[in-house]
Design a protein around this ligand. Structure first.
Ligand code: E4P
Length: 220
């Protein structure tokens, strides 16, 4: 499974990439506008902190076919290992089909149902981003992604589910259990999954016992 960061924060990407096995970064227009930086700045900073093998996913903004296509091509020229994120509107689905004909990397995004994702996979999308938390406003987002996994396997479609829009660690946990190919997680949700008060208590106990016995807090 690929662990991806859903953020425009290059410092967080750097720190988490040092600590964990991170396969890339997703952004979207909201994430970029909230960062207070221009899209060019965000892309340049990401290119600086990401290793060549780490992927960058950048979303198209235009809503018509020609615009999505032009932006998809621009995004895919930004660096190697880059994917255009394209919302699964009618124009978006058409653009996904064309971008894939041109051999470019595509992540189908703003997915609210297994069916939308499945049809984007039929168009050749490399990744499918179901918005798990937002889907829960309409039903059981986690179950919908399980069904999507099943539909892709039955039809032998190679698209990877990149589950997205997480608001807590249990949603991420359930999707990892469901066997998705990737999850994209905001840094705060990921830190909440990493940190357990018990770990600190255990480490403090070990250190207190060691210092009391040997008068130092290092091994030798
Ligand atoms: C990722 O690819 C999506 O753009 C993102 O996870 C959407 O999350 P949100 O529901 O927090 O906007």
């Amino acid at each position: 499974m690929e662990l991806i960061l859903d953020t425009a924060d290059a410092q967080a990407v750097h720190e988490l990439s040092e600590m964990l096995t991170i396969s890339g970064v997703t952004t979207n227009p909201t994430i970029i506008t909230r960062s207070g930086k221009t899209p060019e700045q965000v892309c340049a900073e990401m290119d600086e902190v990401l290793a060549p093998e780490q992927k960058l996913f950048v979303q198209t903004v235009s809503t018509n076919y020609e615009g999505i296509l032009a932006e998809g091509r621009q995004i895919c020229a930004l660096r190697t290992n880059v994917y255009a994120k394209v919302p699964v509107t009618h124009d978006g689905l058409r653009a996904i089909k064309q971008l894939k004909r041109e051999g470019l990397g595509v992540l189908a995004t703003a997915i609210y149902s297994a069916d939308q994702a499945f049809f984007a996979a039929m168009n050749g999308a490399d990744y499918l981003a179901p918005y798990v938390n937002r889907m829960c406003d309409y039903g059981d987002g986690i179950q919908a992604v399980r069904e999507l996994q099943e539909m892709l396997e039955l039809n032998q479609l190679p698209a990877k589910v990149c589950a997205a829009s997480f608001k807590n660690g249990s949603q991420v946990h359930e999707l990892i259990r469901a066997g998705v190919g990737a999850v994209t997680v905001p840094p705060d949700v990921l830190y909440a999954m990493l940190d357990h008060p018990g770990t600190k208590v255990a480490v403090d106990e070990f250190n207190a016992a060691w210092s009391a016995a040997f008068g130092r807090d290092t091994f030798a």
